[in-house]
Design a protein around this ligand. Sequence first.
Ligand SMILES: NC(=O)C1=CN([C@@H]2O[C@H](COP(=O)(O)OP(=O)(O)OC[C@H]3O[C@@H](n4cnc5c(N)ncnc54)[C@H](O)[C@@H]3O)[C@@H](O)[C@H]2O)C=CC1
Ligand SMILES: O=C([O-])CC(=O)C(=O)O
Length: 350
Amino acid sequence: METPQAGRIARLLNHLGPQTTPIGGIERQLTSAAAGSNVKVTVLGAAGGIGQPLALLLKGSPLISELSLYDIVGTEGVGADLSHIDSSPKVSSFTGAEKLPEALYSSNLVVIPAGVPRKPGMTRDDLFNINAGIVRDLCVAIAKYCPEAWVAIISNPVNSTVPIAAEVFKKAGTYNPRKLLGVTKLDVLRANTFVAEAIGVPPERMSVPVIGGHAGVTILPLLSQATPRVDVSPEKAKALTERIQDAGTEVVKAKAGKGSATLSMAYAAAKFAESCLRAIGGEPVVECAYVESHLTELPFFASCVCLGRNGVEEYLPLGRFNELEAANFEALKGELRGSIKKGVEFVNKA
Ligand SMILES: NC(=O)C1=CN([C@@H]2O[C@H](COP(=O)(O)OP(=O)(O)OC[C@H]3O[C@@H](n4cnc5c(N)ncnc54)[C@H](O)[C@@H]3O)[C@@H](O)[C@H]2O)C=CC1
Ligand SMILES: O=C([O-])CC(=O)C(=O)O
């Protein structure tokens, strides 16, 4: 028999698969507790490959009243272009460190795609040397100018940049683990797409939880917990899992030196931002995200969480793993632990 808790989780998980609100155009039909309210969303790295299409998608959101765009170069052009679109969010543009306070001031949600992307042959961890400092410095400013904001981090390596942000906020005395979220939603979109294709259902109907982290083997799709049910051979499940784990590299190779996923990432981030804004408006929403967590012995872990007005309000149980998932779960721990440690030490080094 279904327990009340299991029933509630099943209902919440339904939010994860079929997209709640299409982006672009149809969003005008949206009704939400957050719609029309005074909500400022800031994108840091707004003139980049992810930042531009993300800003475009956010400009179409009725959940946002001010869309604040910040980058170290070229923000004004992006902002001027977007500002001609006949949708409600008011666009403001800021270029250069001296404008960062104004960009951030009184933000409700800050989304961070600032930093360098991979080139073929690189791992996400190879980006640490440049992106760690960028994320640290941006978070120092967030702690100062919008300490109450939700912070969604896209910049890689996410497995380390989220712990970096946490340490910065701890030092500043502003850390709220419920409101610091690493964006792993692209892994969920990829899992939904690849698995749906394999079992012959429309991707919009597919819902695959993805847990762990956001790099290679730390990305752990739970095909055994997907809906609709995924009935494939162990070999096929292994091949699908590996494709999901390597999907970022698939794009890096295809772009052949011109960066990594930008359009699919912008779509994923816009959907994720929409979930955050709905939650801020008081509507419970389930998302997979990389967060401070007590579900495993690792201090940060991606899993399905229920977002509410105060941020992460509930951690959904990891559920039962099949044999492949249990082995992959054990295999990811070493790398994830090392990436977390590296981030924490980066901020606390003398
Ligand atoms: N979490 C995820 O699933 C994914 C993460 N990423 C990561 O997102 C990051 C951005 O990727 P792209 O947009 O393709 O790179 P990009 O190079 O096209 O854009 C990055 C932007 O950040 C800006 N920037 C650099 N330093 C900055 C600073 N201190 N303050 C504000 N802005 C700054 C740059 O001027 C540039 O406009 C990369 O680290 C990439 O690895 C990419 C895809 C998926
Ligand atoms: O692979 C990369 O470098 C960018 C990324 O995180 C992704 O596409 O998942």
